[in-house]
Ligand binder design. Sequence first.
Ligand code: ARG
Length: 460
Amino acid sequence: MTTLWSGRFDTAPDAQALEWGSSFRFDRRLFEDDVTGSLAWARALARAGVLTDAEARQIDDALTEILDHGRADATFVDGPDEDVHSFVERLLVERLGDAGRRLHTGRSRNEQVSLDLRLYLRRRIPVLQRGVHAVVAALARKASAAGDSLMPAFTHFRPAQPVLVAHYFLAHVAALRRDHARLDAARAEADALTLGSGAIAGTNYAVDVQPLARDLGFGRVVANSIDASSDRDFAASFLYAGALTMVHLSRLAEDLVILCGDEYRFFELSDELSTGSSMMPQKKNPDPLELVRGKTGRAIGHLMALLTTMKGLPSGYNKDLQEDKQAVFDAEDTVAGCLAVVRSVIDGLTLNRDRMNASSSGLLLATDVADYLVGRGVPFRRAHEIVGALVGRLAKEHRDFASLTVADWQAASEFFAADIVGRVTPDASVSAKRTPQSTAPTAVRAALAEVEAWVAGAGG
Ligand code: ARG
């Protein structure tokens, strides 16, 4: 096997070390992007007068044939080559001879590999965004189906205050919408042409990089050839966006593992997305959700791995950077798989409204009782003490506010009037909320309408 650099050496490379250091096993995933970049580079070389029009046409035809072949048959993208760039060039030279040997004029694999990864992310990030979009759409459908049903919201994982079930689903939507936007930002960061940078110093040929950038659909050209050869910030930003998406999916999974469990039974998982136990016949386990939670470690790990690879590099390309691709590809696969399964879980979820409603009442209305006193002119801190003492007594007696007569209320504070009885309900609690981000039914309806409009509009 000859390499792209064998001319420099008298002896063949150590076969084992070459194989070990090769990236073709995994960078074959960049095949399509590598050919796309080379097609554009050939056109740019022709415009610069480096290739004749006839040579450029020959290269175009041969690369197009190679691309079609590889697209039709994935096993075609294979061989003893060091990496995908060497593979494409070998095939081109096999087909064209010297015309093929001219393609790499003024170009380096250093800028080429960065270009390929940028092209790859530019086309793959929108696929992940469609996955995020699908989960948001599924959550919005559940929010809509929940109507005015209530559930307790938790702080410190203790029941805190009643909220609309829709408000709960929209909380997860809010996080996933940020992930969608973060993926947009990662895509924008990748959207820069590296060609023209050469190996490190630029290129000696009069390649006009602006039309080349336009040809490849890039929004801009990199600012500095030294930086360009080792800049993987765009890959790190992608991994960060992916890791945070996984963190959000993991938190949703954790919520559902608990809230579908026997202790709460707020929601029920569909049988299709549950698993049984080989020993205990009664078990209905949430394996898919546990796997989402578990795989989050991989996605976070890939971000840490790339940052660690990058931190010790001297300026310019270093082979360490070859490690970027497996991190990006595995993170992509992990996020895509988890988005798909979470979407199915959400679609299959049923709501146990009675369980949730029953859990929305009781002492978690204490803040509303304190707010009632504030309405009567009692300073909040004083109201908190009065209600705290009342809650303490009731909790000891295993009672809640519903068991209190007007006389009981007035024994706790003279500021309680007869209307307190009707005011201390979960419905009154949510309806009393005033801010747009709150669980007030009017606010939640407006928030859901906004999300539904986004779902209808955002390139799902
Ligand atoms: N396989 C290499 C990588 O993934 C391609 C770039 C090689 N450049 C070089 N100077 N050896 O980073």
